[in-house]
Design a protein around this ligand. Sequence first.
Ligand code: S2G
Ligand code: ZN
Length: 468
Amino acid sequence: MTLHDPNASAALLDGIRAFINPAHVRTDADSGLHYGRDWTRMYTPNPLAVVLPETLDQVQQLVRYANEHRLALAPSGGRTGLSGGAVACQGEIVVSMERMNRILDFDPTDRSVTCEAGVVTEVLQNFACDRGLYYPVDFASRGSSQIGGNVATNAGGIKVIRYGLTRDWVTGLKVVTGRGDVLELNRGLIKNASGYDLRHLFIGSEGTLGIIVEATLSLTRPLREPVIMVLGVPDLDSLMSLYHIFRNKLELSAFEFFSELALRHVLAKGLQRPFEAGTPYYALIEFENPDGIHTDTALTLFEHCADQGWLEDGVISQSQAQAQELWRLREDISESIAPYQPYKNDIALRISKVPAFMSEAEALLQREYPDFEVLWYGHIGDGNLHINILKPADLDTAAFAEKCGTVSEHLFTVLQRHGGSISAEHGVGLLKKPYLHYTRDEVEISYLRAIKQAFDPNGIMNPGKIFD
Ligand code: S2G
Ligand code: ZN
C-alpha cells in the first residue's frame, strides 16, 4: 500500500468532501488521536484523515474512491478493541461509523432488530429490554462499544456459556465489500441453505474484508431474577470441580473467575471484599432463580463443595443491587488495571484443557518472570483466559512490550501444545499478528489471504491487520 504525500492528500480529501459533508472529513490532530486508535496504547495514531459517513451510499462511494486512488481505509466503531484492530498508524483514512447510529427496524414476531453499525451496544440492550426482550451478548465496554465493531470482532463477553458469541445472534448483515459492492447477507433468515454463508466471513473479519454498515440481530427472553454467587476457591482443580458440579446441576448464564491479585486492584477502587477470607481464586457464577426455585439447590451445592474443600467461603446475592455489586468485582478489573498499561493476552482453550494449561503457564511465568505482576481472570465457562502483565513502574513501555513479546512466545508454545487459540475474543489486529502462526498454519493462512483477495483485491481494507 503506497500512501500519498501530504500535498496530493489535500486534493484527494477534497474529492471526498464532494460526497461527504466537509465537516465530517477531518484532519485536525485531536480527531486523529481520538479516532485513530482503540484501547491499545503501543501504537502512535497517524491517520491521513477521519471521515464520518452518514449513509450507505456515502460508505460505498468512499470505498470506490479509495480503490480508485489506492487509499487505505480503517473502519472504526467504539474503538474499545484491545489488539490494535482499529488503530490507524500508517496514514489510513479512519472511517468512523459513529454517525450511522439508528435502529432501523424491530419485529416482535421475528424477535429481530436491524441497526446501523454505529449503534452503541448498551443502546441496543436497552432497546430490547424496553420491549421485554434481551440482547444477551454482554461485556464491560457495553457503554462505548458499537454493534459494527462487536460484529467485526465477534465479541464474546460474560454470558457466552449460555448464549454464545455475537456470531450466534447475527441473522443478517449489510456490508460494503473492499471492492465497493453492497451485499445483503442472509437477510434475517433462520434457515438459508443457498450456498456459502458470507455473513460468517464478515463476523470476526476486523475490517479487513469491507465495512459492516447494518446488522440484523436476534433477541431472546430476559433472564428471570438472575442470582450471583461469588466463591473463594483454593486452587485450580477446585475451580474446575466447582465448574463441573454447578454446570451439571444449574443452567448457568456465567461462570467467571479472577485471582486474588485481580481482586485487590478492584478493591483499591473502593469496592468491598465479598467475604472475609482471601483466597487464591474466586468463581463468579450466575443463574436465573425465578421465585427462588433454585436457591435450595445452590445452597446444597455450596455445602457439598465446602465439605469437599473446593471452596473456603462464599456469598449469594439477595437482591439485584447486590448482584450488580458482585458483578463489579469481575467487570471492574479491566478498568482498575488500565493505569498499569497491562500487556494483555486473551487465550482460548477447550474447557477440559484449562487447568493443565493454567498450571503450566503459571509455573512458567513465576520461573521466567518472577518480577512481573500477572493477573488471571476470564470466562472459564467458555475456556477463555485473560492473562494481564502489569507494567513495572521502572520499565519503559517499549522495553516492557519487547519483554512481554517473549512472554507471549513462551505462553503460545504451551498453548499450541494444548490446542488453544492466541485470541479468544479480542481479535488479532496488530498486537497478535506476529503470533498468528501458533494458531493458524501457513496453509490455512493462505486460504485467509485468498478470501481477502476476493473481497479486497487492492488491499485497501485495514491493511496490516490480522496478517500482512
Ligand atoms: C474481560 C475485557 C478486556 C480486558 O474483562 O473479560 O475481555 O481487560 C475482558 O481484557
Ligand atoms: Zn473477556
